[in-house]
Design a protein around this ligand. Structure first.
Ligand code: ZN
Length: 237
């Protein structure tokens, strides 16, 4: 099974992986858009910059309950990608996820399009704070250890611009890639689809449970769980 993909991987030393929420759900991190609970507002509004600015305490309540899973561990997909990078086959991971699990698995070149829960900065003096500081803080809104300013996660909120350095870096990797493997996303949400358009090669591999909007343009479509597929195709490398 998966012989064709195994061969593609075997022959290439310029693979780029682009992953969506499906990569994290296999680590039991649910999509926040399906957040359960009694909330007056939509998850998108609760995670917007205007909500952060106007209701910081409520923002953090929702954020900590629905976006932070401290015990989440990397899954087979994360480990397989880290292995491909160490073997010199994978140039970069581009992810829409904010959980930091790729780095936890050992990946080094990771473009986090929407930032990361791991990094947090004081809005006043830019002092760095880690996730433990945020979660262990004695009040709902974490304040800077240096100046007392409000600390904000380095996560791209709704209404905020993407980090253009990260975005442009991702575009560059994709446009130079020999193989592009896209996993765990149906490619309907911006900027996912637009990024795939930068790929110029002929080996676009889509791995997703369910159809994606790019199935007709791909050279290979695998309708299966991303962790299972990547584990299998990297087993003998
Ligand atoms: Zn500060």
């Amino acid at each position: 099974m998966y012989e064709k993909l195994k061969n593609i991987i075997k022959k290439s030393d310029n693979i780029v992986f682009f992953g969506g929420a499906g990569v994290s759900t296999e680590s039991n991190i649910p999509d926040f858009r399906s957040a359960k609970g009694i909330y007056v507002h939509s998850p998108e509004y609760l995670l917007s910059r205007s909500y952060f600015d106007s209701n910081t305490e409520e923002f953090y309540r929702f954020y900590k309950e629905n976006l932070i899973f401290k015990d989440a561990k990397p899954n087979d997909a994360h480990y397989a990608l880290a292995k491909l990078e160490k073997l010199g086959k994978l140039k970069a991971v581009i992810t829409q996820n904010i959980d930091g699990l790729h780095q936890k698995a050992g990946s080094e070149k990771v473009y986090e399009l929407h930032g990361s829960i791991i990094r947090n900065h004081c809005m006043n003096c830019r002092e760095y704070h880690d996730l433990e500081y945020i979660m262990g803080y004695h009040e709902a809104v974490p304040r800077c250890r240096k100046c007392g300013g409000v600390v904000k996660p380095d996560v791209t909120l709704y209404e905020e611009m993407l980090d253009m350095d990260v975005f442009n870096g991702a575009i560059e990797c994709i446009s130079k890639a020999d193989v592009l493997i896209v996993g765990g996303t149906s490619l309907v949400v911006y900027p996912a689809a637009s990024l795939v358009d930068y790929y110029k090669g002929e080996k676009l591999v889509l791995i997703n449970k369910g159809a994606t909007s790019y199935d007709s343009k791909a050279s290979m479509v695998i309708d299966a769980r991303i962790g299972e597929v990547l584990k299998e195709v990297t087993r003998e490398l």
